[in-house]
Design a protein around this ligand. Structure first.
Ligand code: CTP
Length: 410
């Protein structure tokens, strides 16, 4: 895929690897991309802005308030226009200092201010590069995790000889490899754009199964995964209906949300929309059982113990997968604490699904309530792909991309 006409912001911060960036600019320009370079002041110590301006055929921007008297009175607002203009923001090399600023929302130069003003829908690729111990430090790791949670893609540095003489991770990938990441990012965008005008039904969050008027049985699901899916799908032009258990999350723009409490209510609502949908994504943590009888009023503690008789809830996903599915693409989740792959594969087959997203509740950064997850995606064609720790937003993009592959075959 060529980069003809693609508009790329290229942020350079002050790492020794900056000396390789002119070559990257050259490769981007050769493929027809428009490149706007944004440099921190200190980055100019490592690479000349004249070189970069010459290769990119655009003035390099650095400070928000340049000292030159020739600057027009409105030039300081150009970071806003640049964020609107760009298709992609690449930051390479990203130093520890720049990562810290980006993670905390500081914006005291063009590179960081433009990062903040760029609409959240646009992709950002960040290439951290620094010395080994700096890279391993808790603060750098924390900031990278924050950026992943904020929806950025961090490309891990390579291992090898570093400017300090140490050997280890911290090297920025070669320009050719950065180009490969840029290509794959545009490929992603192209793929996911196939969701335009598709109808997507999503269930999200935990159901609540009432014991009495003030108590219920539920689980820790926050709904974040389902809401991320709904938001991403709507952003890419899909029509989205989101059936959600109780949550404090805000409804993503462009999404029709239906609130329910119990599994039975979720099932009834889903029945109304399943026929309408092209894709059904079951991200809800549906309670498998509910109390057989809800007690009226508030149950009094008159005994030392009591037994709660539970009965099975409908399996919403299995119902649609097994009995109702015609052309719909059905995607389920599998939360497994043992024999992960085996159980996920069983669910894929038993519930007649196209895709299963496997995750585990006992890995750091994965599972309920957090903004990140570690997943393996299994498809009915037999491919199994494992992914590293990612933001739920990026995982949503992956899942939607996976579902859009099935459209090609229609
Ligand atoms: N699911 C559903 N209705 C249920 C239970 C689960 O629609 N009553 C859906 C979930 O939304 C998820 C998938 O089925 O997409 C698998 O859920 P999970 O809880 O991992 O598995 P279960 O099928 O409930 O099986 P088990 O609890 O035995 O692992």
């Amino acid at each position: 895929m060529s980069l003809q006409g693609k508009k790329i912001l290229l942020g350079i911060s002050a790492g020794i690897a900056a000396y390789k960036i002119p070559l990257l600019v050259r490769l981007l320009k050769k493929e027809g991309a428009e490149v706007q370079v944004l440099m921190t002041q200190n980055a100019c110590q490592f690479v000349s802005d004249l070189t970069l301006a010459t290769l990119s055929e655009k003035s390099v921007l650095s400070e928000i308030f340049p000292k030159s008297s020739q600057v027009s009175p409105t030039s300081w607002t150009c970071h806003v226009a640049l964020g609107e203009w760009a298709d992609l923001y690449v930051i390479a090399p990203a130093t520890a200092n720049t990562l810290a600023k980006l993670a905390s929302g500081l914006c005291d130069d063009m590179l960081t201010a433009t990062f903040l003003t760029m609409p959240a829908t646009k992709p950002r690729l960040i290439f951290p590069s620094m010395d080994r111990e700096m890279y391993r430090s808790r603060s750098v790791q924390r900031n990278m995790l924050q950026l992943v949670e904020d929806g950025c893609k961090i490309i891990e540095p390579e291992s090898g000889e570093l400017a300090s003489g140490l050997i280890g991770e911290g090297r920025m990938p070669e320009p050719e490899n950065i180009m490969a990441s840029i290509h794959s990012e545009f490929q992603n965008m192209l793929q996911i754009d196939r969701l335009k005008n598709k109808r997507i039904l999503i269930t999200a969050g935990a159901t609540r199964e009432k014991i009495d008027d003030v108590r219920f049985v539920s689980n820790y699901s926050s709904g974040k995964m389902g809401f991320a899916l709904a938001g991403e799908a709507a952003k890419h032009g899909a029509e989205v209906v989101l059936i959600s258990g109780k949550t404090y999350l805000e409804t993503p723009g462009g999404v029709k949300r239906i609130d329910i409490e119990s599994a039975e209510e979720m099932f009834e609502e889903a029945k109304l929309y399943f026929e309408w949908s092209d894709v059904f994504i079951s991200a809800a943590a549906v309670a498998d059982y509910r109390p057989e009888k809800k007690i009226d009023g508030k149950f009094k503690k008159t005994t030392d113990s009591f037994e709660l008789q539970m009965v099975k809830n409908p399996d919403i996903l299995a119902h649609f997968g097994e009995q109702k599915k015609r052309n719909q693409i059905a995607i389920g989740f599998a939360l497994e604490s043992s024999d992960h792959l085996k159980h996920a594969q069983e669910k894929l087959i038993k519930k007649n699904l196209d895709v299963v997203v496997l995750n585990s509740p006992n890995i750091d950064g994965a599972g309920f309530e957090v903004d990140t997850n570690i997943v393996t995606i299994l498809s009915k064609e037999g491919d199994i792909q494992e992914y590293p720790l990612m933001s739920k937003r990026d995982i949503a993009t992956l899942i939607l991309k996976k579902s859009s592959c099935f459209f090609d075959k229609d």
